[in-house]
Ligand binder design. Structure first.
Ligand code: RP5
Length: 190
């Protein structure tokens, strides 16, 4: 079995309007060369697809499901209730309203707290872990870490990724020390 040839991670979202936010998960998985399969499953508009997808995901052998949804955000919990595959939820705050055709950005009424609580407050017995609001990239990294338990070379890639982060902070710190805070801000955020 290879994580770069077979999709071992399923990414799902409640609406195409979630796709811009969810693409962070796909991008980081692509960076690690982890194959994923992406779909739209609406818990309230296509409710029968929940059970179908859960069965499909088990048949395909997915190891992790990343599920993003906004508002009442019941998709991650409903999927988790239908499968033993671990589910990572991504609460979505901003979505691209597709109804008016103007590509307007809309915010959920409670700034994403609604989705965060809907996902993380699953009753005892049906767990879903949640990343922070709109933090789909973290869902991707977390899923990669789960897979890394089985694939040592993936562990190496994630470790390199962490080193890159470390080095970039050290580099910035050296620059800040050299320039002083005021000039650093002017240079970096002008
Ligand atoms: C949720 O409702 C989706 O996950 C999305 O975040 C939100 C709005 O969906 P659309 O009305 O844009 O399709 O089900």
């Amino acid at each position: 079995m290879s994580y770069s040839k077979n999709a071992l991670i399923g990414i799902i979202m409640g609406s195409s309007s979630d796709s811009k936010t969810m693409k962070g998960a796909a991008e980081i998985l692509d960076t690690f060369n982890i194959k994923h399969e992406d779909q739209i499953i609406s818990a309230h508009r296509t409710p029968n697809r929940i059970e179908e997808y859960a069965k499909y995901a088990e048949k395909k052998g997915f190891k992790v499901i990343i599920a993003g949804a906004g508002g009442a955000a019941h998709l991650p919990g409903m999927i988790a209730s239908n499968t033993l595959i671990p589910v990572i939820g991504v609460p979505i705050m901003v979505y691209n309203d597709k109804r008016d055709g103007k590509n307007d950005l809309r915010f959920s009424s409670f700034g994403g707290l609604d989705s965060l609580l809907s996902i993380s407050e699953m009753p005892s017995g049906s767990p879903v872990v949640s990343v922070g609001v709109n933090k789909s990239i973290n869902a991707g990294i977390y899923a990669a870490k789960i897979l890394a338990n089985e694939f040592p070379e993936l562990k190496k890639k994630i470790s390199e990724y962490k080193h890159t982060q470390y080095n970039s902070v050290v580099k910035e710190s050296i620059e800040m020390k050299k320039l002083g805070l005021s000039k650093f801000v002017l240079k970096k955020f002008k």
